[in-house]
Design a protein. Structure first.
Lengths: 232, 204
C-alpha cells in the first residue's frame, strides 16, 4: 500500500511540472515555420529579408546573426520582464538589442570581413528588425525564459527559411551559382549550360525580384494551407 | 546644384522602399488607406529631416576617428566607431520622443494627425537606415546631410502614398484567394520597383 501511494505522488509531481517539450512548447517552435511565419504571415522584418538575398552565403550569415540576436534578446528581456518599467520598455529593449548587434557586427568584421562588407548597413538594421521588437513586445515581456527561448528559435528559423528559399532562386537564376559555386558552368568561358546558349537572368539580381519571389512564396504557402487566406 | 542632385538621387534613384526596402513593415501596415499613408509619410519626412542632421553632428564630432580632437589634442586618436549603432538609436528614440512632445504643445492639430504614428517611427528601419547610409556616404556639409534626409523622406512618402492609392483601387477586385492582402501588396511593390528602376543613373 505504502509503495503504491509513493508512486501516485511521483506521478502527480511529474504532471504538475510541464515537460520541456510539451505540446504547447513544441507549437512555439513549429508555428512560426508555417502558419505564423514572421515574414510571410506576420509581415515583419521584411527589409532585411529582401535586401540580403542576392547571395546565399550572405543570407545564411544574416539568418544566423538574427538567430543569435533574437535568442539572446528574448532570454534577457524575459529574465528582466518583472524589472522593466512599462513606460520605458521600448528604450530598454532597444538598448539590449543594440548591444547584441554591436557584438555580432564586431565578430563579423573580425572573422567574415567580406560578408560583413556585403551586408553593409543591414547588420545594423537588425536593431530595428521588426521581428525582434515584435517578439520582445508580444512574447518575451509576458512569458518565462524557456518558452521565450523556444519562441525565439522558432521565429528565427521561420525567418531563415524564407531568406534561404528566396536567395536560392536569386543566386541560382541571377548568377548561376550557389554559395559561390558555379552550378550552370562558367559564363565568361562559356562552359556547361552557357555553351548551349543559356543566359543568366539579370533581373533576378535587382531588388524588385525579391519582392516578387516573396509574393510567389506567399502564394504557394497559402495555396497549400487555405485557412491562411485573408478575407476581404 | 549639388543639393538638387542629392535630393533627386535620394528621393527617386535610391528610393528607400524600392531600392533598399527600408521601412517595409510599416509601409505594408499603413498602406491600406491613403489617409493613414499620408499621415505616416509626413511623419517619416519630418523625423528623417530632423534626425539625420543630428546624427551627422554626432558622427562628426563624437564617433569618427579623431572626431574628439575639439576636446583636446590627447583625444585625437580615439575612435568610437563601434558605438555607432547604440548612439544613433538613442538619438533617434529620444528625438522622436522630443518631437512628439513639442508637436503636442505647439500644434495640437498636427499632433492629432501624426500623433499615433510618431512612436511607431522610432523602430522604423527607414530612420536608422537613413542615418547609417548618411554615415557611409560621408557628406561634406551638414546642409547636404539635411537635404539627403529630406529627399529620403519624400521618396518614402511618394512610395507609401502610391501603393495606398493602388490598394484602395483594387480593394474590390477579384484577386486569387492566396494572393489577397499581403501577397498582392508585395507583387505591386515589385512592379513599382521595376518602374522606379527607370530612374537609374538619372542626374541633373
Amino acid at each position: 500500500m505504502a509503495e503504491e501511494t509513493v508512486i501516485v505522488e511521483e506521478k502527480k509531481e511529474v504532471k504538475e511540472r510541464e515537460p520541456l517539450f510539451s505540446k504547447k512548447n513544441k507549437k512555439l517552435i513549429t508555428d512560426p515555420l508555417d502558419e505564423n511565419n514572421p515574414v510571410t504571415i506576420q509581415v515583419l522584418g521584411i527589409c532585411s529579408a529582401l535586401a540580403v538575398t542576392v547571395q546565399m552565403k550572405a543570407a545564411v550569415v544574416m539568418s544566423i546573426s538574427v538567430l543569435f540576436v533574437l535568442l539572446m534578446a528574448n532570454i534577457s528581456v524575459s529574465l528582466m520582464r518583472n524589472l522593466i518599467p512599462n513606460r520605458i520598455r521600448i528604450i530598454v529593449q532597444l538598448v539590449v538589442v543594440a548591444s547584441l548587434v554591436i557584438i555580432v557586427d564586431q565578430v563579423l568584421k573580425a572573422y567574415l570581413y567580406d560578408v560583413s562588407k556585403e551586408l553593409s548597413v543591414f547588420v545594423g538594421l537588425i536593431i530595428t528588425n521588426c521581428i525582434i521588437m515584435g517578439r520582445l513586445e508580444a512574447f518575451a515581456l509576458g512569458n518565462k525564459v524557456w518558452p521565450s527561448t523556444l519562441d525565439a528559435l522558432g521565429n528565427s528559423i521561420g525567418y531563415a527559411m524564407v531568406l534561404v528559399v528566396v536567395s536560392f532562386f536569386k543566386e541560382l537564376f541571377g548568377s548561376g551559382k550557389l554559395f559561390g559555386i558555379e552550378i550552370f558552368g562558367n559564363a565568361t568561358e562559356g562552359t556547361g549550360l552557357y555553351a548551349m546558349g543559356y543566359m543568366d537572368n539579370g533581373l533576378m539580381l535587382l531588388p524588385p525580384s525579391s519582392l516578387i519571389l516573396v509574393a510567389i512564396y506567399i502564394w504557394v504557402q497559402k495555396m497549400r494551407n487555405p485557412t491562411l487566406i485573408e478575407t476581404h | 546644384m549639388d543639393l538638387v542632385n542629392i535630393f533627386i538621387r535620394s528621393a527617386f534613384v535610391d528610393n528607400m522602399i524600392f531600392a533598399f526596402f527600408f521601412g517595409m513593415c510599416s509601409y505594408l501596415a499603413v498602406s491600406k488607406t491613403v489617409k493613414t499613408a499620408v499621415g505616416l509619410g509626413f511623419a517619416v519626412i519630418f523625423v528623417l529631416t530632423v534626425t539625420i542632421p543630428i546624427n551627422y553632428l554626432i558622427e562628426n564630432y563624437v564617433l569618427k576617428e579623431g572626431a574628439l580632437t575639439w576636446m583636446g589634442e590627447e583625444y585625437a586618436s580615439v575612435n568610437l566607431n563601434y558605438l555607432t549603432y547604440i548612439m544613433f538609436i538613442a538619438v533617434i528614440a529620444s528625438t522622436v520622443q522630443l518631437v512628439e512632445m513639442i508637436v503636442e504643445k505647439i500644434s495640437p492639430a498636427l499632433y492629432g494627425a501624426l500623433g499615433i504614428f510618431l512612436p511607431l517611427i522610432a523602430v522604423n528601419c527607414a530612420i536608422l537606415g537613413g542615418a547609417l547610409f548618411m554615415q557611409e556616404k560621408q557628406f561634406a556639409t551638414i546642409g547636404q546631410a539635411t537635404v539627403y534626409g529630406l529627399g529620403s523622406g519624400v521618396g518614402w512618402f511618394i512610395a507609401v502614398v502610391l501603393i495606398a492609392a493602388i490598394r484602395e483601387r483594387i480593394r474590390y477586385a477579384n484577386i486569387p484567394g492566396p494572393l489577397r492582402g499581403v501577397g498582392m501588396a508585395f507583387l505591386i511593390t515589385g512592379l513599382m520597383g521595376l518602374a522606379f528602376l527607370g530612374f537609374m543613373g538619372f542626374e541633373i
